[in-house]
Design a protein around this ligand. Structure first.
Ligand code: SF4
Length: 281
């Protein structure tokens, strides 16, 4: 049984009772990890071109197809950039806690390759591949309840599977910290939920090379009971939705309506909504 969380809880209790101290060695290591996060975060990427990596091989295929053809030249939102930085820092804090709890950490940031596609392991803990994630409350709950296997828009399970495949290892898992509450959880996906990584990579490469768009990533969802259909919640945040759904509403494209629950994008309008339509989005 995985005892990482209880091991960490024990060491945190000891620290709060003043029964143990963090060794200089661990403090130094943590400092080095944080320095590296800052370097990685602030070092410009060698190329702005799209590249396939372990971290995106499981993303929705049609979205990847668009990303390959429309590499963004805009800076990411300042708040998002900052969120990436403190997310990485938090992940290093979790690795420090694992070390303090007496478990063995190895292969931190090890570069691995499959068919020319690269990835970097977060680490191995007691020789098992582990992907450390910092998550919002919503995403944390999905890991905690094992719902990530049904709803994985960022391809986390494919990413973990790729690390395992590259290392010929089994029993890998996610170690997740809730950014808001400090809670930790472990989620080990079932073997049956993991893709065959070389087949996945071949499929992704050939779909991205093809001129025809892959099928839509998510089905539409009924909005109300009068036949209106809206795009999936994962499509709401997609920067390519306008082009992706240009054929919707008999060729007029998506229509946006300001409901009290937020902006809703309708793919089919059978019954005109009684709320304001938004034209600039
Ligand atoms: S709008 Fe939805 S279906 Fe289209 S590319 Fe984006 S995520 Fe995929």
């Amino acid at each position: 049984m995985n005892t990482i969380i209880s091991d960490i809880d024990k060491v945190l209790n000891k620290i709060s009772l003043g029964e143990t101290q963090i060794s200089e060695e661990f403090i130094e290591q943590f400092g080095e990890d944080i320095k590296q996060s800052l370097r990685d975060w602030s070092t410009p990427r060698e190329s702005k071109d799209f590249s396939l990596r372990f971290s995106n091989i499981g993303k929705p295929l049609r979205k990847l197809w668009y990303e390959k053809r429309n590499p963004s030249d805009k800076p990411i939102e300042p708040s998002l950039s900052l969120k990436f930085l403190y997310g990485h820092m938090l992940e290093h804090l979790v690795v420090l806690l694992v070390r303090l709890s007496g478990n063995t950490v190895s292969d931190q940031q090890k570069e691995v390759t499959i068919n020319g596609i690269k990835g970097h392991l977060d680490c191995k803990i007691n020789n098992k591949v582990v992907d450390v994630k910092s998550a919002s409350r919503f995403a944390f709950t999905k890991f905690q309840k094992g719902l990530i296997s049904e709803d994985d828009p960022f391809g986390y399970i494919a990413q973990l599977s790729a690390y395992e495949h590259a290392e010929s290892s089994e029993g890998g898992y996610f170690l997740v910290i809730n950014k808001e509450s400090g809670e930790l959880c472990v989620y080990e996906p079932e073997e049956l939920d993991k893709p065959d990584v070389p087949i996945l990579i071949n499929n992704v490469v050939s779909s991205l090379d093809s001129e025809s768009k892959p099928t839509k990533c998510f089905p539409t969802v009924a909005e109300g009971k009068k036949g209106n259909m809206k795009i999936d919640k994962n499509c709401n945040y997609c920067e390519f939705k306008k082009d992706c759904y240009q054929d919707s509403n008999n060729g007029k494209g998506l229509r946006a309506f300001q409901y009290s629950k937020g902006l809703t994008f309708l793919e089919t309008v059978k019954s005109e909504p009684k709320v304001e339509e938004v034209y600039e989005w």
